[in-house]
Design a protein around this ligand. Structure first.
Ligand SMILES: [Zn+2]
Length: 330
């Protein structure tokens, strides 16, 4: 099955030997995804260099200067989704101190701050971190986990929302989360599900594959064993997310139908990117999008609900896990 290259699994240190998805054209290179059966995790190969990663995430590339990424209509939905996330967390922890790792522009942390939480963020891109800090007046730092100056056991909640798949060493990051959480504290990790039905239907056309931004590709088994190995107790899993699941299907179906890859997503970007993309698009692609979006929108919702609630293989996995208290008996 292996035709070229080898990939090292950063989680077990072994060989990710199965070539799962081949020849994905992305920025800088053509990539493959190898799969480590032991860990249930896909590995993007070749791994982008440090310099390439800096270019990928630089302001203007991944997000705009204010941190806004989409047109106002979409931004309103995003704010609503951040309130839903707050409500899910409050079922486990009513109030306290929260760390959002990969906090971007800090929108979610600002929602938590308004709800009375003490908030802190980590953003790997320095300029985005400093914008978030000045825009919302919240504490946002940048840099690798070993440089963070947070006290151990100082957070009630840590969130990693669609961040872990971007990280070169996910195991180290999860261990850092464990160290920073108080006993009984909550970790919430959401990732795209490599083993979901939309992933299998799309393969290299799957919207949430997002190579080379995503260095790792987790399955339900993969993310669950990573958290369990770091001494977390999993208390809840979600496979459906209104923000990620239906749009994942919609954009994947458009990609499969031959529209230029991820074009609808690019159209929704703000402020000028979307307009520039519409102007540059071919008439064929514009016509296909106009015809197919109405058709695929309800289909995407039905497929998302089916894959999540009936098949149990949704487009994403969100895991809620508690750091065991010392007196918890196993
Ligand atoms: Zn492995």
């Amino acid at each position: 099955m292996k035709s070229k290259g080898q990939a090292l699994c950063k989680i077990c240190g072994g060989d990710a030997g199965d070539l799962l998805i081949e020849s994905i054209v992305g920025e800088f290179d053509t990539y493959d995804v190898f799969y480590c059966r032991h860990c249930g995790v896909g590995v993007t190969t070749p791994v982008p260099t440090h310099e390439d990663l800096i270019k990928l995430y630089a302001i203007g590339g991944y997000r705009e200067k204010t941190g806004k990424r989409f047109i106002p209509f979409v931004e309103n939905f995003i704010l609503y989704f951040r309130h839903l996330r707050k409500n899910r967390i409050k079922k486990y922890v009513r109030a306290g101190r929260i760390l959002d790792i990969g906090c971007g522009r800090g929108l979610f942390l600002n929602v938590m701050k308004d709800a009375g939480w003490e908030v802190a963020g980590v953003e790997f891109d320095e300029a985005t971190a400093s914008n978030a800090a000045s825009y919302y007046g919240i504490e946002v730092i940048s840099g690798e986990p070993h440089t963070w100056k947070f006290d151990p056991a100082s957070f009630d909640v840590i969130t990693l929302n669609h961040v872990l798949e971007h990280i070169a060493n996910p195991k180290e990051l999860i261990q850092s989360c464990h160290r920073l959480l108080k006993d009984g504290g909550l970790l919430v990790v959401a990732v795209p599900n490599l083993d979901g039905i939309q992933s299998w239907a799309g393969r290299k056309n799957w919207f949430h594959l997002d190579v080379p931004y995503h260095l790792h590709h987790f399955t339900d088994k993969g993310i669950s064993s990573l958290l369990s190995a770091a001494s977390f107790d999993i208390v809840r899993k979600r496979h459906f997310d209104l923000e990620y699941s239906p749009f994942g299907w919609l954009q994947t179906l458009l990609n499969i139908s031959g529209v230029e890859k991820n074009m609808l997503y690019t159209f929704l970007k703000a402020p000028r990117k979307g307009i520039d993309a519409i102007i540059a698009a071919s008439k064929k692609d514009l016509l296909l999008i106009l015809l197919l979006v109405p058709l695929y929108t309800s289909l995407s919702m039905v497929l998302s609900l089916f894959e999540s609630y009936i098949a149990g293989r949704g487009g994403i996995v969100e895991v809620f896990a508690l750091k065991a208290r010392p007196d918890d008996t196993k």
